[in-house]
Design a protein around this ligand. Structure first.
Ligand code: ATP
Ligand code: MG
Length: 175
């Protein structure tokens, strides 16, 4: 059996197939053939990173998520950006949708109330398109990719010798 070296949990939004295909297609041409593109099935947007969790903390966070009330919302990817420190090329938006900020905050409060230490840095929602992206910034290309968000998920990221794999543990409809 494959040996799991680490397991980190995070809340994420998983785009539907049409949005994933549009995200892949919007990669700036100049980056093709460079870096490590995110495989289409792994494209996701992290809402809150939790990291390592005890089983009790995980149960606590899941129960808190059961009681959340967030409306479904639409998001629009309009920007391609680059994080120079992590050398990541990403798709994002000029302004964080209110509903997404609210979901991030509600899940953060839930996690803190369960004793988890979560990041206090400003939330910067994005979908990683390319890792080890070349240092020169590609000219931003206009994009407009709509995404109807209907649910959020608790995901485990498991690292083994073969790399990181994601497994959706549970998902909650927005309603
Ligand atoms: P790997 O680190 O093995 O290349 P990965 O980055 O996809 O793979 P994780 O590091 O477990 O896997 O991260 C899972 C998700 O959480 C990713 O979307 C990642 O960008 C995000 N993430 C990881 N660490 C943090 C952090 N400290 N703060 C916010 N988000 C994070
Ligand atoms: Mg990582």
């Amino acid at each position: 059996m494959e040996r799991i070296l680490t397991e980190r949990l995070f809340f994420a939004l998983w785009p539907d197939a049409a949005t994933r295909a549009a995200l892949q297609a919007c990669m700036p041409r100049r980056t093709r053939g460079t870096g490590r593109p995110t495989p289409e099935e792994k494209l996701h947007l992290t809402v809150l990173f939790l990291g390592r969790m005890t089983p009790a903390a995980r149960r606590c966070v899941e129960s808190a998520a059961d009681t959340l009330h967030c409306q479904p919302f639409t998001m629009q990817f309009t920007r391609i950006g680059y994080f120079p420190r992590s050398r990541v090329l990403w798709a994002g938006m000029a302004e964080v949708p209110e509903a997404l900020a609210a979901l991030h905050e509600a899940l953060g409060n839930a996690a803190r109330s369960c004793g988890c230490e979560v990041e206090t840095r400003a939330y910067s929602p994005h979908i990683t398109l390319l890792r080890d992206a070349p240092g020169h910034l590609p000219a931003p290309e206009p994009v407009a990719i709509p995404w109807q968000v209907r649910d959020f998920a608790l995901v485990a990221s498991r690292t083994s010798a073969g790399g990181a794999r994601y497994e959706t543990l549970r998902s909650w409809p927005l309603q």
